[in-house]
Ligand binder design. Structure first.
Ligand SMILES: [Fe+2]
Length: 616
């Protein structure tokens, strides 16, 4: 029934909404200061005044308020709004902030503090666990919204996602003031709200009030008319993406908006472990809006992009109820840890809708609620919370590792095979929540929360990240075997096979250690050191992951030769670099004549490395 647009617009008008506006905290203040677009190094503070004047924010890490930033002021005339009089929006951008820091701030108008409190605070993202809230379909001013809001105010959270339909019915200026800023004021001044537009936002001038009230991350490739409607940002190791499933989605499907192209590129580019996407129209929910053309467009055009990039969690509104899907892939239920979980939290305060049972819905209830999400490393705990504070439903998102195809390559030279003692890189997703490199020898058997095993033995690890793990294969590895990557959320395996040798050149240096380059070229007849991996077995005992000894040299057992400028040269030494693991060096004297376009490659047994161009 929400779609009888003209009817509800006239009701909203008849309700004389401006009478519901909050009383300003000072003579001049119309809208209390609120935080926007907080990241590890920046924040915006926005407020509005009835009268023109000079706005500024004083702020500091302590209570000294020794830094100041001026506001950018924009007048909104009665012709642009539905408020009957002009008002002035002040926006201050605080830059060069420190990550993980608490800041005190104070807002001034013509040099006089505007808020009741002398100082307010906010926090930039830190590297530890954090919590956030998410809810949608809230803004009616009904007691159900206010009771839920009162419970939300008791939460200690770092940010809030609004899943759309912030202000009913028409998303007008007066409705945002009454049912959004007035209701969540005490949270909004200390915690940033990151919203996405709902269908009701579009009732007034294509979401013009929504756009003027928010100061959100900018998308470079969005046209001017779509700036602020969709965006992404990082909070610690979560990449959040807000999609606009209203007009931009319809336009994108017709090739008239870059939003879906941007979404694809944005998700491909992130290196964060977590990808959480939120938008208004739920692709997987059962209720009166399940036939909404925009929900169907979201399912047909947004979901395939999310699945391609392994988005673990999607948050939506629009159905005025609470719903949690099973983990899904291509619309089918998959086992826990795989697929995407779709949560609908549309019980933020508006009148409720029934939940229509669906095979893909694990739990649903027609009830007012909001989501409380706790992020810690590789887990997100989600609770649906009621106005009483009771928890209606709990779930955990624990994505298990997935491998790409091909999953394993030779770290030194991706086209080469794998070999005993060689360095390998494994690609996929849901590996380690954060990047971590080994710090000492012997290399560790697990790093962060990741381990790799082959024939029951853990492999020594050099580096782990959400999408890549680097390790060394055992020196006695022959034949083929399953390589298994394990995290606390599960494991994934792939069959690998070893060649006798799989040489890859990493660098070419002068004996001083300086790399050969155009500014430091190689000279005919000089000795060069070629650093390589994958030169195969050795003539002495060493375990993978151990640093090569400094007191005795370990030579390669295979015949190693260097092809340079048409000549085949036998090196003076080919073996492990003392003090490092899995890295070989080949000391070779160059021929006495070299042409300017000389390349070189290393042969180990019957295998040949990549060719490297030599600056001569
Ligand atoms: Fe909606």
């Amino acid at each position: 029934m929400w779609h009888r647009r003209g009817f509800f617009q006239s009701v909203a008008k008849a309700m004389a909404l401006p009478a519901l506006l909050p009383k300003p905290a000072s003579a001049s203040l119309r809208r209390y200061p609120y935080l926007q677009n907080v990241s590890s190094t920046r924040a915006s503070i926005v407020w509005t005044t009835e009268t023109e004047g000079i706005g500024a924010v004083r702020y500091s890490r302590d209570t000294s308020m020794n830094r100041a930033a001026s506001a950018i002021v924009r007048e909104l005339t009665p012709g642009e709004t539905d408020l009957g009089s002009s008002y002035y929006r002040h926006t201050v951008h605080l830059n060069n902030l420190e990550p993980g820091a608490k800041y005190y701030y104070r807002v001034e108008h013509d040099g006089v503090p505007v808020a009741d409190e002398p100082t307010l605070t906010f926090q930039t993202p830190s590297s530890g666990p954090f919590r956030f809230l998410a809810f949608g379909d809230s803004g009616t001013g009904r007691v159900q919204q206010l009771d839920l809001a009162a419970q939300m105010m008791r939460e200690q959270v770092n940010l809030v996602l609004h899943l759309g339909d912030i202000a009913y019915m028409a998303g007008s200026f007066a409705e945002y003031e009454a049912f959004y800023f007035n209701v969540y004021r005490d949270m909004m001044r200390q915690v940033p709200f990151f919203p996405c537009p709902g269908n009701h936002s579009y009732w007034t001038r294509e979401a013009f009030p929504y756009l003027t009230m928010h100061d959100l991350p900018q998308v470079a490739m969005a046209p001017a008319t779509e700036k602020g409607r969709y965006y992404s940002f990082d909070w610690h190791h979560v990449h959040f993406v807000a999609v606009d499933t209203n007009a931009p989605l319809s336009r994108a499907v017709q090739g008239r908006s870059p939003m879906l192209q941007w979404l694809d590129q944005d998700l491909a580019a992130t290196r964060q472990y977590w990808k959480v996407v939120f938008f208004h129209h739920p692709p997987f929910a059962g209720g009166p809006n399940e036939t909404d053309p925009l929900s169907i467009l979201a399912r047909e055009h947004v979901v395939p992009i999310l699945e391609r990039h392994g988005v673990q969690l999607v948050l939506c509104g629009h159905e005025h109820s609470y719903q949690r899907s099973h983990p899904l892939r291509q619309g089918e239920i998959v086992e826990p840890g795989k697929g995407t979980i779709y949560m609908t939290s549309g019980g933020g305060g508006a009148g409720l809708y029934p939940v229509h049972p669906k095979p893909f819905i694990a739990f649903g209830q027609s009830i007012h609620e909001y989501l409380r999400l706790g992020v810690s490393a590789g887990r997100i705990n989600i609770e649906a919370v009621l106005a009483t504070g009771d928890v209606l439903d709990r779930t955990e998102v624990a994505p298990s590792p997935e491998l790409s195809a091909p999953a394993v390559v030779n770290s030194a030279f991706a086209e080469a095979q794998l070999c005993a003692g060689g360095l390998i890189s494994i690609y996929g997703r849901n590996f380690a929540p954060e990047n971590e490199a080994a710090r000492n020898f012997p290399l560790p058997a697990s790093l962060g929360t990741v381990s790799l095993s082959l024939r029951g033995q853990n492999l020594p690890l050099l580096f782990v990240s959400p999408y890549q793990v680097n390790a060394q294969l055992p020196f006695d590895f022959t034949g083929d075997a399953d390589l298994r990557l394990t995290t606390p959320n599960g494991s994934a395996s792939v069959s690998i096979a070893a060649a006798e040798a799989a040489p890859g050149i990493l660098a070419v240096a002068h004996p001083t250690g300086e790399l050969v380059s155009a500014s430091s070229p190689a000279r005919p007849g000089q000795v060069l050191i070629i650093y390589a991996a994958g030169l195969g077995p050795l003539d002495g005992e060493i375990r993978a992951g151990q640093a090569a000894p400094s007191d005795r040299l370990l030579n390669t057992r295979l015949s190693v030769r260097v092809k340079v400028g048409g000549a085949m040269v036998t090196p003076a030494f080919a073996g492990l670099v003392p003090g490092l693991a899995g890295l070989y060096q080949v000391n070779v004297q160059l021929p006495s004549t070299l042409s300017p376009d000389t390349s070189l490659a290393v042969h180990a047994g019957s295998a040949t490395s990549n060719w490297v161009r030599l600056a001569v």
